[in-house]
Design a protein around this ligand. Sequence first.
Ligand code: FAD
Length: 340
Amino acid sequence: METILFLSPTEAALSKNTLEALAAAKQLADSMGAPFSVGLWGDAPKAAADSIASCGAVKFFAVTGGDFAQARYATDAAAAEALCRAAGATIVIAPSGSRWNRISAGVAHRLGGRADSHVTGLSVSEGSPAIVRWYYRQRMEGILTRAQRPWLISLESGIAPAWPGAAGSAVVEDIACAPAGVRTEVTGIESPAADQQTIRPDADLLFVTGAGWTKKQPDGQTKVAEAEKLILGFLKVSRASLGSTKSLVDLHGEGQATLTFLTHMNQVGQTGSTPRHAKGLSTCCHGEEPHTVGWRFIGERRAISLDPNCGWARGKADVLYVADAFAVMEKVNSLLAQKA
Ligand SMILES: Cc1cc2nc3c(=O)[nH]c(=O)nc-3n(C[C@H](O)[C@H](O)[C@H](O)COP(=O)(O)OP(=O)(O)OC[C@H]3O[C@@H](n4cnc5c(N)ncnc54)[C@H](O)[C@@H]3O)c2cc1C
């Protein structure tokens, strides 16, 4: 029988992404009739274990200590390895994130197992776990099983509802861990101010900007400064995540006036990202296939374009507003301001 371990570093409270992966791990264990344990590491993982005490895990293991609070390969990998060994895990399920993604291949190698990342689904095939992954820029879906154990699986966010259970008091078994070869000292974290951070994977809405925002408008003028004001104003009140077309982010490199807060990290599409949000609103974008393929996991899609024959009109959007996005967003912002 498989022994399933749900594994995660802990920071303040467990993130939504972590609770989603926990729910998926629990569901896999239930459908296989296999026991599952939880392994956590960090400064004070007991608090995190308490917050998920009623999840049904047969055991909670923890590596505890100030050294394990910070994101660093040597300590993260050592803690994860120790927890996998303590649990005797054959299947390890972790939420994807920068800390886990950095160590998963190395930990699998140390354990003599295998690792798979970007997993978007778990199921059971002939009594064995199977994973779902997308290939070829999210155009093909594959279902895989593996014979090697332990099998370390990193789950993408947004593929399961977050585990909703109650907190309690977990009985945690402390696992000793003495990482060797720690050479990196984390001296601090530099991150942009909350308002400058425009990519918000947990947002309900994806707001996409296209090159039209920087093009000459019907009066013959470009209105880039006005576009910036409208877009930032909308993001501030809606807390939406900001996506962009390739054409718009490429304008930087071409030396044209463009929106200063956009980078290639915002690009959605075939050569950009494939975010997951409940809803999406596209503005000033033509809706061409290399862009809209990145909308594969967006639930409800709406677009505002001046062109009634754009790609959105040809089956890519649920609703297309043939309208001037400057006028629409100005009105939307003023309605949202009244509501706030
Ligand atoms: C190999 C390859 C990979 C690619 N990968 C990607 C990718 O990952 N992501 C991506 O986005 N693209 C990608 N592209 C480019 C893609 O094909 C399109 O060129 C790009 O998405 C077009 O961007 P756009 O719609 O913003 O600009 P445009 O095509 O210039 O469209 C601008 C639109 O704005 C509208 N508009 C103008 N003013 C207004 C206004 N006031 N109100 C409302 N609408 C207005 C216009 O009617 C027009 O429809 C790729 C292309 C190739 C060849």
